[in-house]
Design a protein around this ligand. Structure first.
Ligand SMILES: NC(=O)c1ccc[n+]([C@@H]2O[C@H](COP(=O)([O-])OP(=O)(O)OC[C@H]3O[C@@H](n4cnc5c(N)ncnc54)[C@H](O)[C@@H]3O)[C@@H](O)[C@H]2O)c1
Length: 368
């Protein structure tokens, strides 16, 4: 299949996202076509990427001086220590701002590398080559970078748009099924917050998408990125509209933090559970119509997305989850701000609720 190009225009950077198969062999050509030049590059590579793919990339960049750093993609490694490792190499090898940092990995690698790029000499060229479905449909678009601290997730970071994103679908062939499900969760989120027609496309074709069949997987990546692109272009720094992308995330980040970012529940799964909780909250508070609510819940069951909080938490964990929700960046004073859904395709932002109300609801969710 021919590749698809999506142009993203923000106040700080215009860049392209190229989506297709076998793109790693053509990187040099893609760089030329997009007028991206540099002499030195540091590849920050997720250590689970097959070595054959990395060799292809290195071959395609043969006229550049290449340095590499392997990263273990774990939430506990998504910290300032990993950023420092990257910065140390850039300094030791005397990189200039005209050189380039290239991330090859999922959202964890991309968030760490993107943040390092934003900090080095106030901004180094940055190319993102996302290798998970979640990174291809979500984290590689929009320029959010950052790392976790013991106080919560992504609390240190920056908005830093890449110079180019290359999404090669071939990477997905070695991705564990669990990670495909996580990426599908973000695709579903995009449909729910922005496009009812795309949601129906997903309900019709979900099996083929999850099997990575062309053109369903390509179309879903494209549509998903298009939704995110349109939101980010209007609100790059999340002062309003962009908040819709956090649908399910206030609960999700608290679930991840409560479990100390353990691999038992990874980010994508937490987001799916968080959307589930947010939908139950919408239904309990009569925000969403029964027909839409039931349709989404059936879709979650049909696609076998994670739906049981009880597997991870007991009723007594409600207090711990709430404490992490209270430290969310989006909150003001003691109120908890949620992104909710009125209808499929129609979100509402800045809905604020007291901590007592959320605690009561969480206790009910965890005992159901
Ligand atoms: N910046 C943003 O806008 C944004 C948006 C959403 C999520 N995120 C962040 O992204 C992170 C989650 O990203 P993720 O789901 O991609 O997880 P990840 O980076 O942890 O990757 C998931 C797993 O897949 C492995 N992997 C990656 N590519 C592979 C491949 N091609 N073949 C085999 N294995 C492969 C990794 O080693 C890891 O074990 C979270 O930290 C989240 O906060 C950021």
């Amino acid at each position: 299949m021919k590749h698809i190009k999506l142009n993203i225009r923000t106040k700080t950077q215009n860049y392209s996202m190229i989506i297709g198969s076998d793109l790693t062999k053509k990187i040099s050509k893609i760089l030329n076509n997009n007028s991206i030049t540099f002499k030195n590059c540091l590849l920050v590579v997720d250590n689970n990427i097959p070595s054959g793919k990395i060799l292809e990339i290195k071959k395609s960049l043969k006229n550049k001086k290449i340095f590499s750093l392997l990263i273990k993609a774990k939430e506990n490694n998504k910290n300032i220590k990993s950023v420092n490792k990257i910065l140390k190499i850039l300094l030791e090898k005397n990189f200039s701002r005209e050189d380039c940092l290239i991330s090859i990995g999922g959202g964890i690698t991309g968030d760490i590398a993107g943040f390092a790029a934003s900090q080095f000499k106030r901004g180094l060229k940055f190319i993102n080559i996302p290798t998970t479905l979640l990174a291809q449909v979500d984290s590689s678009v929009g320029g959010k970078t950052g790392v976790n601290t013991k106080y919560g997730k992504n609390l240190i970071g920056s908005f830093y748009q890449p110079n180019l994103v290359i999404s090669d679908i071939e990477f997905l062939k070695t991705l564990p099924k669990r990670e495909i499900i996580c990426g599908y969760g973000e695709i579903l989120k995009h449909s729910l917050i922005a496009n009812r027609k795309f949601y129906y496309y997903l309900t019709k074709n979900c099996k083929k998408i999850l099997q990575l069949s062309t053109p369903y997987i390509d179309n879903s990546i494209y549509e998903s990125c298009k939704i995110k692109k349109e939101i980010v272009e209007k609100d790059e720094r999340e002062s309003g509209l962009r908040k819709v992308l956090n649908f399910g995330h206030t609960f999700a980040h608290a679930y991840e933090a409560s479990l100390n970012y353990s691999r038992k529940l990874n980010h994508g799964e937490a987001v799916i559970l968080g959307m589930n909780t947010a939908l139950n909250f919408c239904f309990d508070n009569k925000l969403i119509k029964k027909r839409d609510y039931e349709s989404i819940m059936n879709h979650i069951i049909n696609t076998k997305l994670p739906s049981s909080l009880k597997k991870f938490f007991k009723k007594k964990d409600a207090h711990r989850i709430l404490s992490f929700m209270l430290s969310d960046k989006k909150n003001r004073s003691n109120q908890i701000s949620l992104v909710l859904l009125k209808k499929i395709g129609i979100p509402v932002i800045n809905k604020e609720y007291s901590k007592d109300k959320i605690l009561k609801f969480l206790k009910k969710e965890l005992s159901n």
